[in-house]
Design a protein around this ligand. Structure first.
Ligand SMILES: [Zn+2]
Length: 499
């Protein structure tokens, strides 16, 4: 038996006391993983399905190789090996093909014709792009290529902000933006394309103004819609490169699938707390996102950035990497991030790279694809549609006003706050008990004496899951605060800080 290092991603660290790395003994990857979950029981449901199979949305690497391409769980380990657990972060896809041998050929985007027929650079453009023109890899021809190219950014948030700014500054001719949110104060910590005066404005209006100010030559196309199976092909089709800056799994799979079906490169980035991932999925030359993560995690297993938080500069780094890869693809220079998954950990300031291979069984880009069109992504990702939501996840709820009335009575309910300690520090309800959602299964005995329990979180999602858990454990008088402490502050107590 030898000792190996197991590296855990931040979403799973809370189940092992916060450790990023832990040493485990074993002779095979399977033994190491089973000892790991023996030691930390809460990890089990994240890593293994009901039948004991490794879940598809979790990739296990031995050093830099996916164990699916070795001997899976039977892969022997040697002393000093590193076993990495890499779960899908807000999205996922399977990987399939063998990575390109040696240095991959530069991209061949069908830009040549439009470059040849485009007018020469103007005097203003020669001055604006002079630092590019001095680079032999760009030059006048490369700059004209950029000007003739079209890039679609899906999501104008933390990743889309720096990507859009750098692509506009670089002189990409046409930038499409898909987003339908409005700018909120809590966006400004990382979404650097917006300013304080933009709060309340549609993101696309603000982003267009900023990009046009940065570079008036850029044509900004605004797609103020929710990207869906119905409109994705039509929206993606005119663009040369797709940049995935989404924050949810249904859109991530949708972007991947549409890009594969249209034969376009998909520049992927994702972020969580202090960690980021980036890759270029181009099914013509390498794996797609489904080759990496054939299925998404069930809703609730992976917290969103809104729940887990994110270091503000992290999307700046990952989004800038996405812009870098996009410019390289458009210019046809360098070695693209195809067949490689780049992992970045801001806390240790380390970049690591894992090899991705095309999955021959990928339903989308494998040798015998079974999926030839777009599907119903919310259903695929287990997100209840509005029509089915009431039956699917229904839990008893209490309105903020109702809770206020109950708290004023003689025997008030036990209030349980399932948010994180850092959220608790910002604001909490008087008399509440803090039990973060991840700790609830282990601390449920603390609630058994209560006649009635009301669970709350920030906006009502986590408390809904906690209520479901308590109901499943046999609690009968339990309810979730509808809209969370946010709604309570709005409807009942405006003196409570909001975040
Ligand atoms: Zn694939």
């Amino acid at each position: 038996m030898v000792s190996v290092q197991v590296r855990l991603p931040s979403p799973l660290r809370s189940f092992v006391g916060g450790a990023a790395v832990t040493d485990i003994d074993g002779d095979t990857v399977g033994e190491v993983l089973s000892r790991l979950v023996d030691r930390h029981r809460e990890l089990e449901r994240h890593l293994f399905g009901g039948t004991g199979q490794l879940r598809n949305f979790v990739s296990i690497y031995l050093n830099d190789e996916d164990i699916r391409h070795l001997q899976r769980e039977s892969t022997p380990v040697r002393s000093g090996d590193v076993v990495s657990i890499v779960p899908a972060i807000a999205g996922g896809a399977p990987a399939g093909a063998t990575p390109p041998a040696g240095r991959p050929a530069p991209s061949e985007l069908p830009l040549a014709d439009s470059v040849e027929t485009s007018p020469p650079l103007t005097g203003d453009q020669l001055r604006r792009y002079s630092r590019h023109l001095l680079l032999p890899e760009v030059g006048v021809r490369g700059q004209r290529r950029l000007r003739a190219s079209k890039v679609l950014l899906v999501g104008a948030g933390g990743l889309g902000s720096p990507a859009a700014l750098y692509l506009a500054a670089a002189g990409v001719g046409e930038i499409g933006l898909v987003d339908f949110d409005r700018v909120e104060a809590s966006n400004l910590q990382r979404q650097v394309i917006y300013g304080t005066h933009d709060i309340g404005r549609p993101k696309l209006d603000s982003a267009r103004d900023r990009l046009k100010d940065l570079n008036p030559d850029v044509v900004v196309r605004m797609h103020e819609v929710h990207l869906s199976s119905e409109n994705a092909m039509e929206i993606l089709r005119p663009y040369d490169v797709i940049v995935d800056g989404t924050d949810n799994f249904p859109t991530r799979y949708l972007v991947n699938d549409a890009a594969v079906l249209l034969g376009k490169p998909n520049v992927y980035g994702s972020i969580y707390r202090f960690e980021g991932q980036a890759s270029v999925f181009d099914a013509r030359k390498g794996p797609c996102y489904r080759c990496l993560y054939p299925e998404p995690p069930p809703p609730g297993l992976v917290p969103s950035c809104a729940e887990g938080g994110v270091l503000g500069v992290l999307p700046g780094i990952v989004g800038t990497i996405q812009a870098t890869e996009t410019v390289k693809l458009l210019l046809g220079v360098g070695e693209p991030l195809v067949g490689r998954l780049l992992l970045f950990d801001a806390l240790s300031l380390r970049f690591r790279e894992l090899r991705l291979r095309k999955n021959p069984d990928c339903v989308l880009c494998g040798t015998h694809p079974t999926q030839t069109g777009l599907i119903d992504y919310p259903a695929f990702c287990g997100v209840p549609s509005p029509a089915t939501a009431p039956e699917a996840g229904a839990v008893p709820e209490i309105a903020p006003e109702g809770l206020a009335a109950r708290l004023a009575q003689e025997e008030p309910p036990l209030l349980v706050d399932v948010r994180s300690p850092s959220e608790w520090e910002i604001v909490h309800l008087p008399g509440a008990t803090l039990i973060p959602l991840a700790e609830l299964p282990d601390r449920v005995t603390e609630l058994t004496h209560a006649r009635e329990v009301v669970v709350y979180c920030h906006k009502g999602n986590r408390s809904g899951r906690a209520t479901r858990l308590l109901l499943d454990l046999g609690f009968t008088h339990v309810a979730s605060l509808r809209g969370g402490i946010e709604a309570y502050a709005e409807k009942v107590d405006p003196t409570l800080p909001r975040y």
